[in-house]
Ligand binder design. Structure first.
Ligand code: SD4
Length: 319
């Protein structure tokens, strides 16, 4: 059995490429790296890799993580700049016995020394988004930190090995040096090949309060189906945050177990995800949360898929 699940429709092209290789017995590690690199390289996705939206001083700081569910090897980079594929650096760091998580200039120096491609990740399009946002903030009372869509993926290969990965530019207009959940083991991602894996997207500050990816894997280990585990984890964390703090940020998750069964849950209205397994061809779903905490997964129509890309690639006007 092989399978792969990923957050957001933007993962589609990358997962498509990776799935073809999983069918040909590629490893789950290679599948994750290939698929996430494809998202990082696509300039129109404004929350991952090249074209990612900058922090408040117009620098693109990227976070990425990689976890091997068999060895439990884990590597991550936080707030790295000018590196084309943070996921590849995270994967390489996961193989080291120490120094698995590097931040900022240390991460950059490592990547440079190891020969990873250097690249200015700030595109003209991202600059327009930045300038427009600065303008809007002067006239409207908006939350500055809007705009997020981390790519998180879990994959299972034919040998039974599972791997998870994440990559993100974090929150648009974040403070310099701010890091969310995505590169943190347990919060942004967690995977154990004997159980399954999970990954999250949304407001990192809140996702971290529930160590939500680990929580989902723990629930699956207790025997829960991934769908039930995702729903319970989102519902419990969301309720707890509302009770204790008055509100809950955006929380969205996907998971797959070692049998290739999967789940996805959210507390927002526009979450989408991509899944493919040996039994189910590549499909994009939109998730509709219900009052009772259960989810309806609706297959995305071709019209919706086309509109998603059109919206992201439309010409931008400077305000
Ligand atoms: C963060 N969780 O940096 C990331 C942002 C994100 O979907 O996922 N967005 O907090």
């Amino acid at each position: 059995m092989w399978g792969m699940i990923a957050t957001w429709r933007m993962a589609l092209e990358g997962v498509q490429e990776a799935v073809q290789s999983l069918e040909q017995q590629a490893s789950s590690g290679d599948a994750i790296e290939v698929a996430i690199k494809a998202v990082e390289d696509f300039p129109y996705y404004k929350s991952v890799g090249y074209g990612g939206l900058p922090n408040e001083v117009m620098e693109v700081e990227l976070d990425a993580a990689y976890m091997d569910g068999t060895t439990l090897d884990f590597g991550a980079v936080c707030a790295i700049q000018d590196v084309a594929n943070p996921i590849s650096v995270a994967r390489q760091l996961s193989l080291q016995s120490v120094n698995n998580v590097l931040v900022g200039i240390g991460a950059q120096a490592y990547a440079q020394k190891q020969g990873f491609e250097q690249k200015n990740m700030l595109t003209d399009r991202a600059k327009i988004h930045y300038h427009n946002r600065v303008k809007d903030l002067q006239t409207e009372s908006l939350v500055p930190y809007a705009g997020h869509d981390t790519v998180g993926m879990v994959s299972l290969d034919t040998t039974g090995k599972m791997v998870a990965g994440t990559s993100t530019s974090g929150l648009f207009m974040k403070k310099r040096g701010r890091v969310g959940d995505s590169p943190f083991i347990g919060s942004g991602l967690y995977v154990d090949s004997t159980v399954g894996g999970a990954t999250a997207t949304g407001l990192g500050e809140d996702l971290m309060k529930g160590i939500i990816s680990y929580e989902i894997v723990r629930l699956m280990e207790q025997g829960m189906h991934p769908q039930q585990a995702c729903e319970i984890a989102v519902k419990n964390l969301s309720q707890k945050l509302i009770q204790r703090r008055g509100n809950a940020g955006d929380l969205s998750v996907v998971a797959m177990n070692h049998k290739g069964e999967w789940g996805a849950a959210t507390n927002i209205t526009n979450f989408s995800f991509v899944v493919a397994t040996e039994k189910e061809s590549l499909t994009v779903y939109r998730v509709h949360p219900q009052e009772d905490g259960t989810m309806i997964h609706e297959k995305a129509t071709q019209e919706w898929l086309d509109e998603y890309l059109r919206e992201r690639m439309k010409p931008l006007e400077v305000k």
